[in-house]
Design a protein around this ligand. Structure first.
Ligand code: ADP
Length: 431
């Protein structure tokens, strides 16, 4: 028995006993006891009525005050109400957090009831599938996603594999649709935009096809020569030397290809964790100019290096060497004899800028946006004749991006081309 209840019971017994004793003095014990009981009933009734009124209007009214046992009951109710309000607040905070998270989700989410009507959907469902919340609530899903393959998938009840279909709202996008049945015969539909994954897959397979094609031609030439030599060794030493030279050129071409492929793969997979060392750009460009002169050889280019600032940038020496030498070597390879090539290192608006300009053949405008794609060449024969692999500018683009910079290309047919790398202030090391 609760102590407060015990106390109340004792109080009532005491009051009855006391009324009986006082009443006996007047020989009216029964009357006194009845009066006490009546007063107790009225007191209890008043408290019940207070409690009832509070229960009816508890949103606006404070809890009534009470004495004794009733005071205890009201206090317990007050604690319960407080706990309830706290739970309500936590619950609404959780719901808000859940709503914020689903709103931020890039995937479309739709919940269907057992009649395949929409119960709820998030923001992405509107842009990807055209299901609006709350306007489309209670609409059958078949009214909104009309693709027959979707309805077939929904009714098939085997959702182990996702369905891929074009987005009803943006047909250029591909969606992976996954259905997840859950409690109370409800169904969750998740639609994810997988266009970029499909594009990556396409790029990967076209890269493998291109790389194999590039490697196959030198291999075919070498194996053709070897087959000939196997059956007939020429007596003429000059003829033999020519064959060996050709095979050597083809093997060098394969070597360059494999070296560039490995360089590209490293750039795509290695983390950029050693990119904060100071790189002495003036010394690096002087070395690149020297090797450009050797590459130019009897083409007699006029190669000019202009270092306007001693400032450097932070980065990775090997990568920056590869970046600048690729661009300078391209200028040498695509500029006719006695042409002019200028290399410039300067600071513009606290950004460090490397520019290489040539007086070469130039590049038609429509090709410029594609130059950094792997194996993209404007003129395949010209690229191969000069020992190109079609990967140089793809490597350049990766390195520039790994150094937070950007590459700008401008060109005019028969006037020449300019390649410019711009590195942000954050990379600048002032001297
Ligand atoms: P490649 O090994 O063929 O030179 P790159 O990726 O370095 O491959 O360059 C891609 C294409 O861009 C080249 O095939 C060439 O057509 C064009 N190109 C690059 N640099 C120059 C330049 N300085 N002048 C003219 N065309 C250029």
């Amino acid at each position: 028995m609760h102590p407060q209840f015990q106390r109340e019971l004792w109080l009532l017994v005491f009051l009855i006993f006391f009324a009986a004793i006082v009443g006996s003095a007047f020989d009216l014990s029964m009357l006194f006891v009845n009066l006490v009981l009546l007063a107790y009933i009225i007191f209890t009734f008043l408290n019940i009525s207070k409690l009832h009124r509070w229960l009816l209007h508890r949103k606006n009214e404070p809890l009534p005050e009470g004495r004794g046992y009733w005071g205890e009951i009201f206090h317990e109710l007050f604690l319960m109400e407080k706990k309830h309000a706290k739970n309500k607040l936590t619950l609404s905070e959780t719901i808000l957090r859940f709503q914020d998270a689903t709103t931020a989700l890039p995937d479309a989410m739709i919940i269907l009831n057992k009649h395949q009507q929409i119960d709820w959907s998030n923001n992405a469902a509107e842009s990807l599938v055209g299901v609006r919340n709350p306007e489309d609530t209670q609409q059958p899903i078949s009214n909104l996603i009309r693709a027959p393959e979707f309805m077939k998938y929904l009714n098939r009840k085997d959702y182990s594999k996702a369905l891929t279909m074009p987005s009803p709202e943006q047909p250029t996008k591909q969606l992976a649709v996954q259905i997840i049945p859950y409690v109370k015969q409800q169904t969750l539909i998740i639609c994810r935009d997988v266009s970029h994954i499909n594009k990556l897959e396409e790029m990967r397979s076209s890269f493998v096809a291109n790389a194999s094609h590039e490697l196959r031609s030198p291999i075919t030439v070498i194996s053709g020569y070897l087959e000939t030599l196997q059956h007939h060794l020429p007596d003429n030493p000059e003829k033999l030397a020519k064959i060996i030279n050709n095979m050597y050129d083809q093997s060098k071409r394969m070597e360059r290809l494999v070296t560039d492929l490995l360089a590209l793969s490293k750039l795509e997979t290695r983390p950029t964790d050693q990119h904060d060392n100071e790189v002495e750009i003036p010394a690096l460009l002087t070395a690149i100019k020297e090797s450009a002169i050797i590459l130019s050889d009897n083409k007699k280019h006029n190669i000019e290096l202009n270092i306007k600032t001693k400032s450097n940038i932070s980065g990775n020496y090997e990568e920056l060497y590869s970046l600048f030498s690729n661009l300078v070597n391209n200028a040498v390879r695509y500029t006719p004899n006695k042409g002019h090539i200028s290399i410039l290192w300067e600071e513009i608006d606290k950004q460090m800028v490397f520019t290489v300009t040539d007086s070469g053949h130039g590049i038609p405008k429509q090709h410029i946006p594609h130059l950094t794609e792997r194996f993209y060449r404007v003129n395949i024969d010209r690229s191969r004749e000069s020992g190109g692999t079609g990967l140089g500018l793809a490597i350049v683009k990766h390195i520039v991006e790994r150094h937070d910079g950007r590459l700008e290309i401008s060109s005019k047919i028969n006037v020449g081309s300019t390649f410019r790398c711009i590195f942000p202030t954050t990379r600048l090391i002032k001297h």
